[in-house]
Design a protein around this ligand. Structure first.
Ligand SMILES: [Fe+2]
Length: 242
């Protein structure tokens, strides 16, 4: 089977990702060439910048799907939820938008991100409460959070509470030295459960390709399969991969 992308901004004019339909189609075609056969679009849900409605997301998704040539990647939905007041409200109501795999079936996992500089108070506790009887939390770009750079030991506990999905571009240094070091460490320690493109524009796909090449060279083909195929599929199923 092909790769599954758990994190991308490929819907046109929905967030800070693709601007127009033509951008979406180009990004998806390039992701297909990299080996992805399924891509989840995960538009931002972030108070103060982008909170697209479900209707707007569905309409943008339908537009892209209708324009995709036959044999293209399978485009599904999701969301990237910023850990803000809206997220906390939704976590209590159990309405955090998650990965949409099949029809109206309830999501088994959802993607979230944190503010870069400060860890939210009682985060591990909240993750545990959300996970208990609910969907699997999936942390986007764990290598990005400054507060964790000098406390790598926290990742051991976090990896028990949520899935960790590193950005492929970070593995090749596209996001700076500290992010690169942390992302590589997470992969080498096998704490990263998956890797994803997080593409916002077509040029990001090349960076994702460089990240895949790094994993292949450093860790071998089995690690590529674990991070981009079996890992993501288990996450979508709500399971925390080993
Ligand atoms: Fe993102």
């Amino acid at each position: 089977m092909g790769f599954v992308d758990l994190h991308s901004h490929v819907l046109p004019a929905i967030d800070d990702g693709a601007k127009q339909l033509v951008d979406s189609l180009q990004m998806l075609s390039l992701l297909g060439q990299l080996g992805f056969d399924r891509v989840h679009a995960t538009p931002h849900q972030k108070v103060g910048s982008f909170v697209p409605t479900r209707e707007a997301i569905d309409a943008a998704h339908a537009r892209v799907v209708a324009a995709l040539p036959p044999g293209s990647v399978d485009l599904r939905l999701g969301a990237e939820n910023m850990w803000d007041e809206l997220f906390l409200e939704r976590s209590l109501d159990r309405t955090i938008p998650g990965y949409r795999v099949a029809g109206d079936e309830a999501s088994r996992a959802f993607l979230f991100e944190l503010p870069v500089a400060l860890m939210p108070p009682r985060m591990e506790e909240r993750l545990f409460a959300i996970r208990r009887g609910g969907p699997l939390p999936v942390m986007a770009h764990p290598e990005r959070y400054v507060a964790l750079w000098d406390h790598l030991e926290r990742f051991e506990a976090l990896a028990q509470r949520c899935a960790l999905v590193v950005d492929l571009g970070a593995l090749d240094g596209a996001h700076g030295v500290r992010q690169c070091k942390t992302a590589r460490w997470l992969v080498e320690q096998q704490l990263a459960h998956a890797a994803a493109s997080d593409v916002h524009q077509a040029s990001d796909v090349r960076l994702a390709g460089a990240g895949i090449a790094w994993v292949r060279k450093r860790m071998g083909e089995a690690a590529v399969t674990r991070l981009l195929d079996t890992g993501p599929r288990r996450i979508l199923n709500g399971e925390l991969p080993d």
